[in-house]
Design a protein around this ligand. Structure first.
Ligand code: 5GP
Ligand code: ZN
Length: 116
């Protein structure tokens, strides 16, 4: 299904829950994580509901990954970070808590930025 009515990120896509948008096109949305691990912590999601990497068809993945460098560059530039970590949890045992596929972009500011 395109949207899951019980999914918090689908609600964000549909504007039912507000978010601080960083990037948007027809296929992809990027917005600030509500719980900022470091300043500028951003999530990138496909606009089609897929639970995790195991459900992600290659065309949806391609549309997503096509814009990841642009979003990473924008986050790096806007925050003044030195670098970024890009992370993706798949499955409860791997630490996934929201079951709509997403990538974390975590800006890094040096040894004391609190993220390990
Ligand atoms: P996961 O643990 O599944 O890899 O990451 C889920 C992320 O979604 C967490 O970092 C959490 O802070 C974020 N998150 C959960 N609910 C919301 C929300 O309503 N809005 C935003 N912007 N982020 C959320
Ligand atoms: Zn969803």
């Amino acid at each position: 299904m395109a949207h899951d009515p019980n999914c918090i990120f689908c609600k964000i896509i549909q504007g039912e829950i507000p978010s601080a948008k960083v990037f948007e096109n027809d296929h992809v949305l990027a917005f600030l994580d509500i719980s900022q691990v470091t300043k500028g912590h951003t999530l990138i999601i496909p606009k089609t509901h897929r639970q995790d990497i195991f459900e992600l068809e290659s065309d949806i993945a391609a549309n997503l990954f096509r814009v990841v460098p642009e979003i990473a560059n924008a986050v790096k530039k806007q925050t003044g970070a030195d670098g970024v970590n890009i992370l993706n949890n798949n499955g409860k045992t791997a630490g996934q808590t929201v079951f709509h596929y997403h990538m974390h972009i975590i800006p890094r500011y040096g040894k004391e930025d609190g993220f390990h």
